[in-house]
Design a binder for this molecule. Structure first.
Ligand SMILES: Cc1ncc(COP(=O)(O)O)c(C=O)c1O
Length: 386
């Protein structure tokens, strides 16, 4: 990256990636081989590499079965597979009114096809009301689908408590871990999560174009895409077997190799340590921004209750202008607007302003960069006042 740039858009995609990720992508490209397609040595070696990646990701996320770690192209792709592979007309699903469009839009489309959806509001602290959640469950309820952390407010939901309710009521739990996988310790089995959707390119530090859906063995998921799987080739019907029945078409092997290197990097660091560093940076950023006259920081003050997304408004300045000034004048890269999540902006009251500005530190961010970002926002806010 250009040395003078300060990248604080890790909630969109992490950058820079560890050097090991670059090397793994290059090595996969240089080696070649199409996994599950043929029996020559390069095809087999690529297959072994993909299997090792499933194992590394399952270990990192507490997924019960590496064979049920399905590779996708993004978290959006994973959520579409989870929702459309499980739900049928007549089923009922419970979600919240503050979900990212990656969850909201497929659910809205399914709603048009006869799936009943309850859009639960969140409480004053942005949390799901567990009593309200329990009360919303009815005989046709098949699924609870929620994000672990909001990409706007950063608020982390009590997933283990929701998992307990799901277990007690025999309802599946799908978690959109886009903002937490690789950044906040997660244990799918211990938290009662039946399906975990994650991008490979954010906290897991892999390349763009990668994602995963981890599926518990109790979930009877159907493929939503048909095609070659490298197995049962004589049959016209799509084999409903994990993982290849859900991964028709050639896999993104260089991307998966990079993702496995990202997972290995995180495993070596330890997720607790990664989370501690991120909380320190996020806390310093939010505190620094809060101290600026005219700046409103959204989400909880306590960094243990939030992810790395720090969203804020500057009085009298359009969020898009804040983004532009920070980039053009200070080389600070963040994201303004609705962040594909109008529901959360409606809840925050930032919809009429066209959303807000978001800065999000990552594993490579330094304390000096946070100080510079706070200084720059102070200057932008002062520019408008002056
Ligand atoms: C909460 C949430 N869910 C889903 C997504 C979609 O992820 P992807 O871009 O990998 O499809 C994002 C991306 O920002 C997100 O923040």
């Amino acid at each position: 990256m250009t040395p003078s740039l300060i990248y604080l858009d890790n909630a969109a995609t992490s950058h820079p990636k560890p050097e090991a990720v670059h090397l793994a992508v290059m090595a996969a490209l240089q080696t070649g081989g199409n996994p599950g397609r043929g029996g020559h040595r390069l095809a087999l070696a690529a297959g072994r590499q993909v299997l090792a990646a499933r194992e590394a990701l399952a270990a990192l996320l507490g997924a019960p079965d590496p064979a049920r770690v399905v590779f996708t192209s993004s978290c959006t792709d994973s959520l579409n597979l989870a929702l459309k592979g499980l739900l049928r007309p007549g089923d009922h699903v419970i979600t919240t009114a503050v979900e990212h469009n990656a969850l909201r839009r497929p659910l809205a489309a399914l709603e048009q096809q006869g799936v009943a959806v309850t859009w639960l509001p969140v409480g004053p602290a942005g949390l799901i009301d567990l009593i309200g959640l329990r009360a919303a469950i009815r005989p046709a309820t098949k699924l609870i689908a929620v994000a672990h952390a909001s990409n706007v407010s950063g608020i982390i939901q009590p997933i283990a408590d929701i998992g307990e309710i799901a277990a007690q009521t025999a309802v599946y739990l799908l978690v959109d871990a886009a903002q937490t996988a690789g950044a906040v310790p997660l244990d799918m089995a211990a938290m009662g999560i039946h399906m975990l959707a994650a991008p490979g390119h954010k906290g897991l530090l892999g390349p763009q174009g990668t994602g995963i859906l981890c599926v518990d063995p109790t979930v009877a998921l159907r493929p939503i895409r048909e095609g070659g799987t490298g197995s049962r080739s004589s049959e016209a019907a799509q084999p409903e077997i994990f993982p290849e029945g859900f991964e028709s078409g050639t896999l993104n092997v260089p991307g998966i190799a990079g993702l496995a290197a990202g997972a290995a990097f995180l495993q070596a660091q330890g997720l607790e340590k990664v989370r501690r560093k991120e909380m320190a940076l996020t806390g310093a950023l939010a505190d620094g921004l809060r101290s600026i006259p005219g700046v409103t920081v959204y989400g909880p003050d306590d960094p243990t209750l939030r992810s790395n997304a720090v969203t804020f408004g500057v009085a009298g300045v359009d969020p898009g202008e804040v983004e532009e000034l920070l980039d053009d004048e200070y080389g600070i890269l963040g994201r303004a607007g609705l962040h594909c999540n109008p529901g959360c902006h409606a809840w925050l009251g930032t919809l009429p302003a066209g959303g807000a500005m978001r800065l999000s530190p990552g594993f490579a961010t330094t304390a000096r960069e946070i100080d510079e970002a706070v200084r720059a926002v102070r200057a932008v806010a002062a520019m408008r006042r002056g």
